[in-house]
Every structure is written in structure tokens, then in C-alpha cells.
Design a protein. Structure first.
Length: 236
């Protein structure tokens, strides 16, 4: 595809999880919120962002056809250039998405499909920091005191809160570096809960971009209710 060869910054949107904590028959990305599937709100942000050249969407393998018709085509997401089947774990899904993005792309913006409240300005800050320093992760300062706990639930250590940040997405990296990190992780059996930790393990410096507490990952019915109420308030 000629258009894809010209892309510089590609958003990799992840929504291949099962969403079991939501407790619904409909998978989380396709839950209707104010008349539209949840996933479309996240895609709206990247579709309208002039700093994002294209989108690769990673979904559950069984949902590829449904997503292509009911999300990409129905809502006219013209920036989506591939719908890729995910794997068993998040790491597998990210790697599948990265492998679908060609060498002409310089920067990858990894984002959770279940974070529809991301602020475009935060995306721009993360891109700017990554392009200046090499890698960036959006995060917020920890509000609560965090305790390291032993298997028997006794407290091992109370961690200094002023040094702690809660990682979110987007996370922005050079394509070749994040691809190498994921290929290495699969080969060596490394397990990580976010992309930046693999970059750190590879010896890359990763820089924090302060985000917003509103940029929640919608995981539970309570999160979905909060998002629905917020949308209704905005429409009033």
C-alpha cells in the first residue's frame, strides 16, 4: 500500500484481550456506550490527530472480520491500514502488531484500546519527548502509599511515594528498538506488563511524560459507568 510506505508515526492500538473482568457476553471493545462501541471513542482520537500517520489495530483473532466491518468500515476509520490478529498474551499481541508495520515507519505509539479518554495534547507531548530523547511513557504520580508485600501478605517494605509513577499509555518508541525488545523478550522468555519495561531491560533510557488521572483503562463495569456518565455530561 503506497500510503502506508509514507507513514512516519504509526499508532498501535491494542484490544485483543478477553475483558473477563467486565463480566459481559459482549467483548469489551464492542460494548455499546451512548450508541457506539467503546473502541470507536479511542480510535476517534487517533483518527483525528494530525501527528499520527496511520493506525494498526490488534484484535482477538476471532474478531478480525467483525472489527473490519462493524468498526473500520462502519465508522470510516480511514487511517486504519491493518487489522491484525492478536496472541494469547499482551506481549504476543504487541509483537504481532509490530511485525505488521514496515520499516518506513520510524515511531510507534502503543496505546490501549480501552483508554478512550486520552488527551491529544498528551499524545503530542509523548511524541515530542520520544523524538527528542528516544522513548517516552505517559504516567501519573502515585497518589496512594505503595507497599511491597510478601507471599503471606505481610508487608516487606513501604516504598517512597515521591519516586513512584503509575504507567499508562501511550508509550512511544523507535520502531526498530521496540521490535528488537519484543523479539528478544519472546526468545528469552521475559515477561512484562508494559512496553517500556522491556526497553528498560534492553538498556534504553525511557522518559516519563506526565499525563492525566482521567486517562483510565476501562476494565470493570464501574469504569464503564464512569465513562458513560462523562459522555452524557459532555453532550448536555
Amino acid at each position: 500500500m503506497e500510503w502506508m510506505r509514507l507513514a512516519k508515526r504509526m499508532a498501535l492500538i491494542l484490544c485483543a484481550g478477553q475483558g473477563k473482568r467486565m463480566g459481559t457476553d459482549v467483548k469489551k471493545p464492542y460494548l455499546e456506550v451512548c450508541g457506539r462501541p467503546l473502541l470507536t471513542y479511542t480510535l476517534d482520537v487517533f483518527q483525528s490527530d494530525p501527528m499520527v500517520d496511520g493506525i494498526v489495530l490488534v484484535v482477538n483473532e476471532a474478531d478480525c472480520g467483525h472489527c473490519q466491518v462493524e468498526i473500520v468500515q462502519k465508522y470510516d476509520f480511514t487511517k486504519i491500514c491493518a487489522v491484525v490478529p492478536g496472541g494469547l498474551e499482551r506481549q504476543d499481541s504487541v509483537l504481532q502488531g509490530l511485525r505488521a508495520i514496515g520499516e518506513e515507519t520510524e515511531w510507534i505509539i502503543v496505546h490501549d484500546g480501552a483508554r478512550p479518554l486520552i488527551n491529544p495534547e498528551t499524545i503530542h507531548k509523548a511524541i515530542a519527548v520520544a523524538e527528542r530523547k528516544g522513548a517516552a511513557v505517559v504516567a501519573v504520580r502515585a497518589k496512594d502509599t505503595i507497599k511491597a508485600v510478601r507471599p503471606d501478605l505481610s508487608v516487606e517494605e513501604t516504598l517512597p511515594r515521591h519516586t513512584l509513577w503509575q504507567a499508562q499509555t501511550p508509550q512511544v518508541f523507535r520502531r526498530d528498538e521496540i521490535l528488537e525488545a519484543y523479539e528478544t523478550a519472546i526468545a528469552k522468555g521475559w515477561i512484562a506488563t508494559d512496553d517500556a519495561s522491556l526497553m528498560e531491560r534492553m538498556g534504553h533510557e525511557v522518559y516519563i511524560v506526565e499525563g492525566e488521572y482521567s486517562n483510565i483503562k476501562i476494565t470493570t463495569p464501574e469504569d464503564l459507568l464512569f465513562f458513560s456518565m462523562l459522555l452524557k455530561m459532555r453532550c448536555e
